[in-house]
Design a protein around this ligand. Structure first.
Ligand SMILES: [Mg+2]
Length: 415
């Protein structure tokens, strides 16, 4: 049977309405018979999918089955929480009534089944749902997600915290605070905005801040530098040249992510290792970055790049280029939990960012000791949410907007 797109949509709509989805070649793609449910005797179908805002700037996904299982995920997109709630809940139309354990098929259906693919809104929505489905599968089998992805590649996961300081004294305080909390690595952000080309003042300011931190830290404390895409290629080369003698562990997002050839130019002109990836989504967008050998480290975000399913694949692609993976993670505790599952089973994992260890939300927050977090052993994403505390947090929600930065002349600066 051959159907025009318009004709097909009409038939499909009628079939959905009537609940009869068998027969035609095209329709059968939507009505593919489910593989058997998992052992344990209980049938599971998705009966509820809910998304909601959680301070300071996250969106959680909660998926429930008729077997009584609940899976959690985080599908945040900073500054676009209301949009994300809608984007996630629109996938109810596809997911309700489905077997939750066919994660790959659901990923493909959510991404490829729609005519429009990708972009941060849709891939973040898919990410949150994907995490929740992995959480359900792990809970159904009584196994942590990393076990289902091949098992441990390590026992402990190296983590870093934020550091900073606008003077030698405050840099010292920042390093002491990181050490006292168990960290052995920290990342500073570029404090200023920068023009396409800027002079000595900006270069010296970045150099001094790295130097003060380096002087305050022991040699076995790694210092990472995040430029947040604030520099243009020529300026990035000048600034990275200046700080290279201070041996940054890596230099993150020296320029914006849209032009991979421009990043290749920077990477080939400097000696410091380059990392990027927090604003790059799915395997399709990481492909060019890897093929052109633009980076030493990729930083896919488990809440933006396509969830656990996709970040595991991106890590494997990077492995073939001898590139490390350091998942981006400035969000809530569920994002941290998802990252740790990937880190545990990815051989080329390097170091994990964390903005939230679950204090005040998880029944057992993650613990950093001697620079590492132990690989979580609990089922699914390995965490249990304190639902009373979550309800309180939800009531405290305030809309968060990305702060806008301006140059001295009133022009828009990159954040
Ligand atoms: Mg960053």
């Amino acid at each position: 049977m051959t159907l025009s797109r318009r004709g097909f949509l009409g038939v499909a709509g009628a079939a959905f309405g009537a609940g009869t989805l068998h027969g035609g070649t095209i329709l059968s793609a939507f009505a593919a018979p489910s593989t058997p449910n998992l052992p344990g005797g209980k049938e599971h179908r998705i009966v509820q999918l809910e998304a909601f805002q959680v301070p300071p700037r996250s969106v959680f996904v909660r998926i429930e089955t008729d077997g009584g299982l609940v899976g959690w995920g985080e599908g945040s997109l900073e500054g676009r929480a209301a949009t994300q709630v809608t984007a996630i809940e629109e996938y109810r139309r596809y997911l309700i009534g489905k077997n939750p354990f066919e994660i790959e098929r659901h990923w493909q259906a959510m991404y490829r089944g729609d005519f429009y693919h990708g972009g941060p809104v849709l891939t973040s929505a898919i990410s949150g749902i994907d995490q929740a489905l992995w959480d359900l599968l792990g809970k159904a089998l009584g196994q942590p997600v990393h076990q289902l992805l091949g098992g441990r590649a390590r026992d402990r996961i190296k983590v870093y915290c934020g550091i900073g300081g606008g003077s030698p004294e405050s840099a010292k305080e920042s390093i002491q605070s990181a050490l006292s909390r168990g960290f052995r690595a920290g990342k500073m952000g570029m404090p200023e905005t920068a023009e396409i080309l800027d002079g000595m003042e900006v270069i010296k300011s970045v150099y001094n801040q790295v130097k003060w931190l380096r002087e305050a830290a022991p040699d076995d404390f790694d210092i990472l530098i995040d430029f947040h895409g604030k520099l243009a290629p020529a300026m990035a080369i000048s600034v990275i040249d200046a700080i290279t003698e201070l041996r940054p562990f890596f230099v993150e997002e020296p320029i914006l992510p849209e032009n991979v050839d421009a990043l290749v130019r920077v990477a080939h002109a400097v000696k410091a290792p380059i990392a990027t990836g927090e604003r790059i989504y799915t395997k399709f967008e990481f492909r060019e970055l890897l093929e052109k050998q633009a980076v030493a480290v990729v930083q896919p975000d488990c809440c933006h790049a396509g969830g656990i399913t996709e970040v595991k694949k991106i890590a494997a692609m990077a492995e073939a280029y001898y590139v490390g993976v350091a998942p981006h993670n400035p969000l809530q505790a569920l994002s941290t939990a998802a990252c740790l599952q990937i880190d545990a089973c990815s051989p080329n994992f390097l170091i994990q960012e964390q903005g939230n260890l679950g204090d005040g939300l998880l029944k057992e927050p993650f613990v950093v000791k001697d620079g590492y977090i132990e690989v979580p052993t609990g089922p699914g994403m390995g965490v249990e949410i304190d639902e009373e505390r979550l309800a309180q947090l939800r009531a405290e929600w305030k809309d968060w907007e990305t702060p806008r930065l301006w140059h001295k002349d009133g022009g828009v600066a990159d954040w």
